[in-house]
Design a protein around this ligand. Structure first.
Ligand code: NDP
Length: 448
């Protein structure tokens, strides 16, 4: 499968040791494919077991979370923190609350996070955490009790120089606030141990917008460099309407693009004249699922109850911003058939491996999540700097830094792609650029 015998043997062994973890194996396979040439040409990687070490988390903490719901019923969930790699800085990565959360999903996310964080140029290692708790339909009190009990265990394993979690699916300002409050109470310290905090207690301006805005800054760079073009007049479809999707939509519109479809778990809405984002924003702020309600405000829009069918809508740009493996091969084929020119991943690993390959072979511009969605963690890194300095920066300052970081990530991925393969292959470029920084740090620090 790979040209490197070492990688083939290691991947077989990894499959056997982790045979019930498909998402983790998918992320490792994609990474090994991108790394094949480098590994074949650098014997130190095998000699120092760099690949064996880099694919194995430094530590996984798994714990019970017990909490009482509004009816007085005692509930038990599983909590996790995967501390993947701290070679270049404290572990850093979001916390996800979703019923699908398990070790495989958190390992794939922590693994990808390691390279994403390296690409930002900031001193941030990789990690991820979460719980199979479902926040949907829970009262604020229930969310608070769950978050407090989750942190009652997690606090032992994190710290501003050890591990700094943030939000992800199902974890936003409200959840971060509850977790930060109990951490501060237990530890009697006001250090920036979480990012994505509220602005009244150490949060950074632009953090909530950062992943979606950063994605659009990255796409702007791609359009400029590869096509001497920009967002102006482009039709854009976006899956997911959460923190990432919503802010990607708003920035798309600000840059002159037209968002013609968006989705949630219940389906998608499509309006070829452009969705009214004020209505989408208002509805998603009231409840996460907005698609059906949108028709009450704009009856001329089209609703479809299968979110995956959205990939069949003709568009110039597609931004998958919901969850892993949401863009399958059939979706990629539809996008190509309908003349899409660019796909950029706002979510983590939303495109299946076969769909990614199909898009690349069809010569569609493709941006992998570990580069394109790094804006969120980049501004989290800036939030850590502001907390350490005890001094907040202005909106314009953070936004400008975000734009520079995203442009820089694009340049790094582009230049490695050009050096090692086709200059359009940002999957290889981003993996190599992220890997090189972690690899060098691991080599310098000896065998640990
Ligand atoms: P949110 O929970 O805020 O939003 C997720 C959105 O995706 C919701 O609108 C949800 O719909 C929707 N969704 C879930 N499954 C599907 C599906 N199968 N089809 C269509 N829509 C779906 O999460 P975030 O926006 O924070 O995260 C989204 C993705 O971006 C994740 O992969 C995350 O790991 C990644 N990411 C997030 C970062 C961040 O800063 N938040 C940083 C980098 C990456 P509903 O509300 O109906 O459930």
């Amino acid at each position: 499968m790979f040209n490197s015998k070492y990688l083939n043997e290691l991947f077989e062994a990894t499959k056997q040791r982790n045979n019930s973890q498909p998402e983790y194996l998918q992320a490792v396979e994609e990474f090994f494919e991108a790394m094949d040439f480098i590994v074949c040409n650098d014997p130190k990687i095998e000699k120092y077991a760099i690949m064996e070490r880099i694919i194995e988390p430094e530590r996984i903490v798994k714990f019970r979370v017990t909490w009482v719901d509004d009816k007085g019923v005692v509930n038990v969930n599983r909590g996790y923190r995967v501390q993947f790699n701290s070679a270049i800085g404290p572990f850093k990565g979001g916390i996800r609350f979703h019923p699908s959360v398990n070790e495989s999903i958190l390992k794939f996310l922590g693994f990808e996070q390691t390279f994403k964080n390296a690409l930002t140029g900031l001193p941030l290692g990789g990690g991820k955490g979460g719980s199979d708790f479902d926040p949907k339909g829970k009262s604020d009190d229930e969310i608070m009790r769950f978050c407090q009990n989750f942190m009652l265990e997690l606090y032992r394993h994190i710290g501003p120089d050890t591990d700094v979690p943030a939000g992800d699916i199902g974890v936003g300002f409200r959840e971060i606030g509850f977790m930060y409050g109990i951490f501060r109470k237990i530890k009697n310290e006001n250090t920036g141990v979480l990012t994505g905090k509220g602005l009244t207690y150490g949060g950074s301006l632009v953090r909530k917008e950062a992943t979606g805005y950063g994605l659009c800054y990255f796409v702007s760079e791609m359009l400029k460099v590869y096509r001497n073009d920009n967002f102006e007049g482009k039709t854009v479809i976006i899956s997911g309407s959460g923190k990432v999707g919503m802010h990607a939509a708003l920035k798309t519109q600000e840059l002159g693009g037209k968002v013609i479809a968006m989705s949630d778990v219940n389906g998608y809405v499509h309006d070829e004249n452009g969705l009214d984002l004020n209505i989408v924003k208002m509805l998603t702020e009231l409840a996460p699922e907005f698609t059906q309600q949108y028709l009450e405000f704009r009856p001329s829009a089209i609703y479809n109850s299968n979110p995956t069918n959205m990939w069949g809508i003709p568009c110039d740009i597609a931004l998958p911003c919901a969850t892993q493996n949401e863009l399958p091969l059939e979706g990629a084929q539809k996008l190509v058939e309908n003349g899409c020119i660019l796909v950029a991943e706002g979510a983590n690993m939303p495109t299946t491996i076969d769909a990614t390959k199909y898009l690349q072979h069809a010569d569609i511009l493709f941006a992998p999540g570990k580069a394109a969605n790094a804006g969120g963690v980049a501004v989290s890194g800036l939030e850590m700097s502001q907390n350490a300095q005890h001094y907040p920066w202005s909106y314009a300052e953070v936004d400008q830094k975000l734009e520079i970081i995203m442009s820089d990530i694009f340049r790094k991925a582009y230049s490695e792609a050009r050096k090692y393969t086709d200059h359009r292959n940002l999957v290889v470029g981003a993996n190599i650029a992220g890997f090189m920084r972690v690899y060098q740090a691991m080599l310098d620090q000896g065998i640990i």
